[in-house]
Write a protein that binds this ligand. Structure first.
Ligand SMILES: Cc1cc2nc3c(=O)[nH]c(=O)nc-3n(C[C@H](O)[C@H](O)[C@H](O)COP(=O)(O)OP(=O)(O)OC[C@H]3O[C@@H](n4cnc5c(N)ncnc54)[C@H](O)[C@@H]3O)c2cc1C
Length: 451
């Protein structure tokens, strides 16, 4: 590769804050909101045109249950519940908590964008949309991260802050700082969702989408997949997640470009398959995601890696900052379908058009765990500046743990924890890694979390 040198230049400091959050999915926004609600001056930087991340730009409109697996205890609350309650008041969410314990909520992603704008406005956040954390080495002063560079239509600017939260999904800041990061051996595949009008007109064919893709997919170069979808509340649209793009490294520009084009190609191929099966149906493509749905990217190396055993045995931690009950859900890279592994010791292998096969991954026991926990340590980059923390899917987890904890009701809580930790660190003048965990947990609960 040929190299040229970027000339040194002066960069304006465009904003100064107590806390700077990079990445504006619900994870990042919830970090910003919790910090702002505790009185911090917060700036949030998002490369897309809205908050919500995968829930909005990739159209993934399901949040899972807030309850433990047997429905006896609410284990998640905080901003996740607050946002769903606010959307509920607009009729933009369907609650399935009572009828479908694994589903929780189906919502309208477009309405979510507006709700998140309102929440950010109410909290007085300084927002930069269309703004990306940029490559130049961040500025370190006295061993602490003092400023990062961002890039947008106005040019390159620096943001100074006292604590930084990397919520980019890809650990962009942490890896740029030179802290250790890693990729799983088999990254979960990517999916391009799509929304359709007139889905009803497909009649019985709508129920056979998975089976039809399995039968005709090979002729259209669609790999064996797993499909799911739902009617979008407060609209006439149907959201379908049925494509599967393998081998995408989310930290590689060429892979991302290929993935976007391939995802859209597969959406069209699925439409052709459905039209051939139901020629009289009048359904149309209403919307494509503005960003490919990426399930997994870089992880940080932290003082503790959460393991599949921890999750599946419901291991308790002294420094728990988040809880979840969503099953282990592996979208395979190397074979069709998904494997679901439950806390009660059972397992299901699901392929479209084929009955699920049930087995046990461990022998039966008298009692089963009903939820799992995520420790604070998994958010702290090893050997990084002591005023940097991560939130979201880049936390330190093995592949089985990741397959469970990655869902949004869980990642939202890591955001809330990072935001509260940032403020606590500023208040006590202590590094993020030395915070008093009991105080952190108490502040989370005082702000609405259900720990
Ligand atoms: C197809 C698909 C289906 C899924 N189904 C479900 C489901 O049904 N329910 C569920 O709960 N979970 C589901 N998941 C998983 C879940 O959506 C993700 O694991 C979760 O959203 C990860 O959250 P995050 O905040 O870490 O990352 P993201 O949601 O990816 O957020 C990262 C944010 O950072 C921004 N960003 C990235 N880099 C930069 C930068 N350099 N500068 C500024 N901003 C930046 C991005 O634009 C984005 O807004 C699914 C995932 C996929 C892909």
């Amino acid at each position: 590769m040929r190299i040229i040198q970027e000339p040194a230049r002066d960069i304006p400091v465009i904003h100064e804050a107590d806390v700077c959050v990079l990445g504006g999915s619900c994870t990042g926004l919830f970090a910003a909101l919790r910090a702002a609600r505790l009185g911090a001056r917060v700036v949030i930087v998002e490369k897309d045109n809205c908050f919500g991340g995968i829930a909005t730009t990739a159209m993934v409109n399901v949040w899972h249950t807030l309850w433990n697996t047997n429905g006896t205890k609410q284990i998640i609350a905080g901003l996740t519940e607050e946002v769903m309650d606010r959307l509920d008041r607009r009729g933009a969410v369907q609650r399935h908590e009572k009828t479908n314990p694994s589903r929780g909520f189906t919502f309208n992603s477009e309405e979510l964008k507006i709700e998140l704008d309102e929440l950010a406005g109410e909290a007085g956040l300084k927002i930069y949309f269309h703004t990306q954390f940029a490559a130049p080495a961040p500025i370190i002063e006295n061993g602490r991260l003092a400023a990062v560079f961002v890039e947008n239509k106005s040019g390159r600017g620096a943001i100074r802050a006292r604590v930084f939260i990397d919520a980019t999904g890809d650990a962009d800041l942490v890896s740029r700082l030179g802290c250790e990061t890693y990729f799983a051996n088999h990254l979960q595949p990517a999916t391009a969702c799509a929304r359709f009008s007139g889905w009803n007109s497909l009649g019985e064919t709508a129920r056979r989408v998975g089976e039809l893709i399995r039968e005709h997919g090979p002729a259209h170069r669609i790999p064996p997949t797993f499909s799911w979808g739902n009617y979008v509340p407060n609209s006439d649209n149907y959201m379908l997640a049925a494509t599967r793009i393998h081998g995408i490294n989310p930290a590689n520009a060429d892979d991302l470009t290929h993935g976007e084009i391939e995802g859209r190609r597969q959406v069209r191929a699925i439409m052709d398959i459905l039209r051939a099966a139901a020629p009289a149906a009048r359904f149309g493509l209403e919307a494509l995601p503005s960003r490919l749905g990426l399930r997994e990217s870089r992880h940080i190396r932290s003082p503790y890696q959460l393991t599949g055993d921890d999750v599946l045995s419901g291991r308790a931690f002294d420094d728990t900052i988040a809880q979840g009950s969503y099953r282990v859900d592996v979208h395979h890279q190397n074979k069709p379908g998904i494997t679901l592994r439950y806390l009660d010791g059972t397992e299901e292998y699901c392929q479209p058009g084929v009955p699920n096969t049930r087995s046990r991954w461990r022998p039966e026991t008298a009692t089963n765990p009903t939820h799992y926990q995520i420790p604070y340590r998994t958010l702290l980059p090893l050997r990084g500046p002591d005023n940097v923390i991560v939130a979201g899917r880049m936390l330190d987890v093995d592949p089985i743990a990741h397959a469970a904890v990655r869902v949004m009701v869980n990642m939202n809580q890591t955001g809330e924890a990072a935001g509260v930790a940032a403020v606590l660190s500023l208040e006590t003048n202590q590094p993020l890694r030395d915070l008093n965990i009991d105080t952190l947990r108490a502040r989370l609960v005082a702000g609405g979390s259900a720990l």
